[in-house]
Design a protein around this ligand. Structure first.
Ligand SMILES: Cc1cc2nc3c(=O)[nH]c(=O)nc-3n(C[C@H](O)[C@H](O)[C@H](O)COP(=O)(O)OP(=O)(O)OC[C@H]3O[C@@H](n4cnc5c(N)ncnc54)[C@H](O)[C@@H]3O)c2cc1C
Length: 527
């Protein structure tokens, strides 16, 4: 029997399992939340090992390269770069000198089947022109909506999103303010109270879809995104979000941390109510009294803590949550099309014939609809490195039901049929594109389940409804074991890049600085 186990690149004798070095920390998952947590822990003096089962860091923010195209698999819109700048600053570094962020202008374009379009800009005057063009009578309502968005940003993002919310009192004490701000109202209901045009109502309420929420049910507090976009802009990272993840790995390694790819955690080890380390699927044990799980909160509690008796996050409790929708994403390349379709920019939202009806199918009935609304990503207009010269790289994303409904879609069967439906819809926007196809890759909810170990194949973990937010979400400091922490979309404050990076900031407000430890030999290092 091999009595020596490894901790990071070092090897220790088994005594270390019962007395792991107090300054060692393991982070399960190299998503943006996990990497942000690793950087924060590194800055606090911990010796950090990050594990991820994938072959690239970044999780949903990673990319794949196929037939000369780089496909950014998930996030494309970087809002609130300040959260990254603050993270880098906490590590004594400058984000903007390590990542090349480009502001988008316009932010994105929204299109409807009747041919009308709405472009979102940072500049208020230009936005007012857009509103006036669609619906002159809604200009005043739009200005009032913007004010309401700012109030929600102050309370929701600055007041709640970047602070620990594991004490019920911290959530209860904001209830009066929430009541004043009508947080009980849905964001679609909120937009509808300010503007009459159904297209504008959509344009002011769709943002929660990018973090997995149904605009007909998530709280109006998410109107804060309209303020956040106006105040901080919308950006794109050259090299994709993968470039941000890679930069995070560099910071972690410069701090002395280790990032191990192709390493899957099988179990988080708990002894006497406290984290003791992580066992990998190949049996290797990494001992550490500080463990951060960036795996989905559902996977963390139902799988990684399967042998531990849970007090709060039992399987029954997790099953009773409302989970975010699934995603069908078709990544494709087109040869010789650079400069073609000049009216199709970097980010385009293509509305189908129904907004509320489609939301109901996805979130309430759990049925795959015949119609669809698509988000079309064309990074090659901003980032030439994403495609071979003269070619284009795209992805088209369609929100679909997750896999937890009765009679879920069999995506193995459905994948090609649905791709053809998506192609038919895209034909109106990029006519003739199929004749130029040079690369193709598809992710369905089944791939989200198998690649990211995402419960029900969801795109964004637990849905951000009001009673599933702040204290009601799995806490950043685990309710189940001492020394166990959570970072990422399934914990507070929630999904999206600003959310998951903030989850690490919240965590760092609670984790103490790493204890000073005696020099190596006294810690029984075997090598
Ligand atoms: C298609 C798509 C588009 C999006 N667009 C945007 C956008 O434009 N802007 C925006 O802000 N947000 C967007 N989002 C949301 C955002 O990408 C996510 O909320 C965020 O990236 C999630 O980060 P995370 O830290 O929670 O972890 P994840 O990215 O989910 O990473 C978790 C990691 O943990 C690993 N892991 C899980 N279990 C184990 C285990 N047992 N052992 C080892 N490793 C494990 C997984 O392999 C994964 O790499 C989008 C998401 C998707 C899917």
């Amino acid at each position: 029997m091999d009595l020596v186990v490894s901790v990071g690149r070092r090897r220790y004798c088994p005594l270390m399992l019962t007395h792991p070095s107090p300054d060692s920390a393991v982070v399960v998952g190299a998503g943006l939340g996990g990497l942000a947590a690793a950087m924060r822990l590194g800055a606090k003096g911990y010796r950090v090992t990050v594990l991820d089962r994938l072959d690239r860091p970044g999780g949903r923010g990673s990319s794949i390269t196929k037939d000369g195209h780089r496909f950014d698999l998930g996030p494309t819109i970087v809002t609130m770069p300040e959260v990254f700048a603050d993270l880098w600053a906490a590590c004594g570094r400058d984000f903007h000198s390590e990542v090349d962020l480009r502001p988008m202008d316009p932010f994105y374009e929204i299109r409807w089947p009747d041919g009308s379009k709405f472009r979102a800009y940072q500049d208020t005057e230009r936005m007012l022109e857009e509103v006036r063009r669609l619906s002159p009578g809604d200009v005043n309502g739009y200005l009032k909506f913007l004010k309401s968005a700012e109030a929600r940003y102050r309370v929701g993002f600055e007041g709640l999103g970047r602070k620990p919310m594991h004490r019920l009192w911290d959530t209860l004490k904001v209830i009066p303010t929430f009541a004043l701000l009508r947080a009980d109202r849905s964001i679609l209901g909120h937009a509808s109270a300010y503007v009459r045009d159904p297209r504008l109502r959509m344009a002011l309420s769709f943002h929660p879809l990018f973090i997995g929420g149904d605009p007909m049910h998530v709280t109006s507090m998410y109107a804060l995104v309209s303020h956040l976009e106006k105040e901080y802009g919308v950006h794109y990272a050259i090299g994709g979000v993968q470039a941000i993840a890679d930069a995070m790995v560099r910071v972690t390694e410069d701090q002395g941390g280790i990032v191990r790819l192709g390493a899957e955690a099988d179990e988080i080890l708990i002894e006497n109510g406290a984290a003791k380390g992580v066992r990998l699927t190949d049996g290797e044990v990494l001992a550490a009294p500080t463990v951060v799980s960036n795996a989905d909160a559902g996977h963390t509690y139902s799988r990684l803590l399967r042998n531990h008796r849970k007090t709060r996050w039992t399987d029954a409790k997790l099953n009773a949550r409302r989970w975010s929708m699934g995603l069908f994403v078709w990544y494709f390349g087109t040869r010789g099309t650079a400069g073609k379709w000049p009216d199709v920019g970097h980010h385009t939202i293509l509305n189908g014939p129904r907004y509320e009806g489609l939301l109901k199918e996805i979130f309430i009935k759990g049925r795959l609809a015949d119609d669809m609304s698509l988000y079309l990503h064309r990074p090659s207009v901003t980032d030439p490195g994403v495609a071979p010269e003269g070619d284009d790289t795209f992805y088209a994303l369609s929100p679909v039901p997750h896999l937890g409904w009765d009679d879920p879609v069999d995506w193995f069967e459905m994948r090609e049929t649905y791709r053809q439906k998506v192609a038919k819809v895209l034909e109106e926007t990029i006519p003739g594109f199929e004749a130029h196809l040079s690369a193709s890759h598809i992710l369905t909810p089944e791939d989200f389940r198998d690649r990211y170990l995402s419960p029900l194949g969801c795109g964004f973990s637990i849905e951000p409804r009001i009673l599933q937010s702040a204290w009601f979400r799995p806490h950043n400091v685990s309710e189940e074991a001492k020394g166990l922490w959570l970072a990422g979309a399934g914990t507070h404050p929630g999904a999206g890049l600003p959310g998951v990076v903030s989850s690490a900031e919240v965590l760092a407000k609670m984790v103490p600085d790493a204890p000073r430890v005696a020099p190596e030999p006294q810690r029984m290092a075997a090598e």
